[in-house]
Design a protein around this ligand. Structure first.
Ligand code: PHE
Length: 503
């Protein structure tokens, strides 16, 4: 229960009207009644009662004087001149007080300020090189005035005297509010609890009909709402997406994390004996289900043939090719599984193949040892371009444009190996901060052994490239441990506060 509200109500109950809240007996815990905080607390209590129509009140203004720290000291200890007077011995009774000793007794400031006035008032006199009292007792008007101001905020002596005190910087003027309070239409001597919520219980018991409700306060500031925030990876992802869209790419649907061995590996001409397919590198599903439906049969036999026997000038792998490997379900190790699937759709769409540019940015999984920069999952940014007569020069030129849009202009390419591309190129960029060449991606021209079984016309060339989303994000936000970016140790606050990204 609010003490001030209760004080106002019980006073009103006894007296009908509170003419002047300055006469209220405000409990000491609120501080001095002259303090601004006390006034504000009182006005808050009145506002709250008035909003319930329990009271109404008028505001009155009064100018009050409040002592400065120097003024309070004088009210307590006497004026400077009185302190000088009291330090001096009475004329003829003792040897005079030397000025150097006065300074020590009353302090340098008081000694300096007090002497002049004490002489002028005839309180002290000079004798030899010291001072003596001339009066037995004095009337320290300044102290009395300041004590009056301290108690009443003003002086009976009037404005001139107040102006003098202000000039001496012993008091300052303050506006003081006081209130006249009357009973309102809903006056009660106790504060009733008003409902702020309509609850299920009130509805079912019917008490809502008789309950009293608190009025809406449309002037109240609401609590700040929490908005969602994009994770830094998603911010960088958005930038990559924009670059792809700008270059005329369409986004591939990649919302499935589970793929078959067929689409993740076989369709990409990854031999069934390839070490990447080992349990140590790939997560396989063990149940519910652990195998996929059969791949489209015509496609499957073409892929099986190219792997085991070869064709169109390729010798194939001449190694066993088993359906049980193809139908194993696994967490995709790259989004290139989806790219292969999309190329199959495009080759076999009504009206036949049309040139295409596609991209995806999504999560992939690898059974890797985890360390500061590697987790068992990451995001791949992948682009695929399919057209007639594309060359390696197109791929290189394209890379330069793509990375150039991120501000990476200095690129180098190094021959590499992928089972599904030939030639394959690792992409390196010069890192100005690290002052060295760092690998930023992997790329290549997809092999005919992959493209022909998918049904693409033989003059269609496809190039593709992939990079991780985590690496540029970590560089962009100056993060050097992946666990501060992904996983349960990431602070929500850092996510909410991470700045937007513009390449
Ligand atoms: N799939 C490759 C990887 O995981 C990236 C890539 C995509 C390479 C397309 C060439 C062509 O690194």
């Amino acid at each position: 229960m609010d003490t001030l509200q209760q004080l106002v109500l019980s006073t009103l109950n006894a007296t009908e009207i509170i003419e002047d809240t300055r006469r209220l007996n405000i409990p000491e815990e609120f501080g001095s009644p002259n303090d601004q905080e006390t006034q504000l607390a009182l006005q808050g209590a009145l506002n709250s009662l008035q909003s319930k129509d329990m009271i109404s009140y008028n505001i009155n203004e009064q100018i009050v004087h409040v002592l400065t720290p120097e003024g309070s000291q004088i009210a307590r200890e006497g004026s400077h001149e009185a302190r000088v007077w009291s330090a001096a011995p009475f004329k003829g009774e003792h040897s005079p007080l030397k000025l150097s000793d006065l300074k020590i007794k009353v302090g340098e400031d008081t000694s300096k300020i007090g002497q002049g006035r004490a002489f002028k008032n005839g309180w002290i006199g000079k004798e030899g090189d010291g001072i003596v009292k001339l009066m037995r007792s004095i009337d320290d008007k300044t102290q009395v005035e300041l004590q009056e101001i301290e108690s009443y905020g003003t002086l009976k002596a009037g404005d001139k005297a107040l102006a003098e005190v202000r000039k001496r910087k012993l008091a300052i003027q303050r506006k003081y509010l006081w209130f006249t309070v009357k009973k309102g239409a809903n006056f009660r001597s106790e504060i009733e609890k008003l409902e702020t919520d309509l609850t299920v219980e009130m509805l079912s018991s019917g008490s809502w009909k008789t309950s009293k409700y608190k009025k809406y306060n449309f002037d109240a500031e609401g609590t700040p709402t929490n908005g969602g925030a994009l994770h830094p990876l998603l911010k960088v992802r958005e930038e990559f997406r924009n670059i792809f869209f700008e270059m005329g790419f369409a986004e591939m649907p990649t919302s499935n994390y589970v793929e078959s061995g067929f689409w993740n590996f076989d369709a990409l001409f990854v031999p069934q004996q390839h070490p990447a397919r080992d349990l140590q590198d790939t997560f396989y599903l063990s149940e519910d289900p652990s195998t996929s439906l059969d791949p489209p049969s015509e496609l499957y036999s073409k892929v099986a043939t190219i792997h085991s026997i070869g064709g169109n000038g390729s010798t194939g792998y001449r190694a066993p090719f088993l359906k049980t490997e193809s139908t194993k379900l696994l967490l995709r190790t790259h989004t290139t599984a989806r790219s292969a699937n999309m190329l199959y759709d495009i080759a076999n769409q009504p009206g036949g193949f049309k040139p295409t540019k596609m991209f995806s940015i999504d999560r992939v999984f690898r059974n890797e040892t985890m360390d500061a920069t590697h987790l068992a999952e990451f995001h791949q940014v992948e682009g695929v371009v399919a057209d007639r007569g594309l060359t390696l020069g197109d791929l290189i030129g394209f890379m330069q444009t793509f990375f150039g849009k991120m501000g990476i202009t200095n690129l180098r390419f190094k021959p590499a190996y992928n089972p599904y591309t030939e030639p394959s190129l690792e992409i390196f960029a010069f890192h100005p901060a690290l002052k060295k060449w760092v690998e930023i991606g992997n790329s290549g021209m997809f092999r005919p052994e992959m493209l022909e079984p998918l049904g693409l016309p033989s003059d269609v060339r496809v190039h593709g490239w992939g990079l991780s989303l985590e690496r540029p994000t970590m560089i962009r936000y100056g993060i050097n441990n992946i666990r501060t970016l992904v996983g349960h140790k990431v602070s929500i606050e850092s996510v909410e506060k991470s700045s937007a990204v513009r390449f």
